[in-house]
Design a binder for this molecule. Structure first.
Ligand code: FES
Ligand code: FES
Length: 204
């Protein structure tokens, strides 16, 4: 693997990258990992840190699914080398909720249908939260500008704009969070029985 035969000689096709220590804060927890020095942040977050909420959409910087906050700024993790952000404070979608309590922006996406298939949602949530952190009263135009790098094939965007406007009102203290923002959600995937009750192929 990774080698090519020329005559009787094996020639390495790609030089292996040296390893390096990577230390950053991810969702308020200190993380220290041994990574390839050329590792992409998206890969480190998904494969080594385990924050699978960071989605790989295009891997080309065009869809916004992989957006994370780095030192408070939304960035595309597929276009960022982990080494470039060594020592930074990273927040993924997993860092938005307070335990079982959804953040207002998450609860508003749920209330207004800002998430449908959900694949784009982590990127939208992080981008939206970054906007609200820097601008508590965004106009619809400012919201459109902030989310222009995030693509959604399902919602038509209006529900997303409505969700962000509603979350902004909650952040400004003008309205109460929807119930979902304050009550823990039941486990949507409770454990099933230890043994399946039907043999394979007989499920109805
Ligand atoms: S996966 Fe990063 S922008 Fe699409
Ligand atoms: S909810 Fe499906 S792509 Fe946005």
């Amino acid at each position: 693997m990774g080698e090519h035969v020329v005559g009787t000689e094996y020639v390495k096709m790609t030089p292996s990258a040296p390893k390096t220590i990577w230390q950053s804060k991810v969702n308020k927890k200190e993380v220290e990992l041994l990574i390839n020095s050329n590792a992409v942040l998206l890969d480190v977050l998904r494969d080594q840190v385990g924050t699978l909420g960071v989605k790989r959409g295009c891997d080309l910087g065009t869809c916004g699914c992989c957006t994370v906050m780095i030192d408070g700024e939304p960035r595309l993790s597929c276009l960022c080398l982990a080494g470039q952000v060594n020592g930074s404070d990273i927040m993924t979608v997993e860092g938005l909720a307070d335990g079982a309590h959804l953040a207002p922006i998450q609860a508003c996406f749920a209330k207004f249908g800002g998430s449908q298939c959900g694949f784009c949602t982590p990127g939208f949530l992080v981008t939206s939260q970054a906007l609200l952190d820097s601008n508590p009263s965004p106009s619809n135009e400012e919201i459109s500008e902030a989310i222009e790098g995030n693509l959604c094939r399902c919602t038509g965007y209006q529900q997303i704009v409505d969700s962000i406007q509603e979350a902004a009102k909650i952040h400004r203290g003008e309205i109460e969070p929807p119930k979902a923002a304050s009550d823990p959600h039941p486990d949507p995937h409770p454990s099933g029985p230890e043994e399946p009750s039907m043999p394979p192929g007989h499920a109805k």
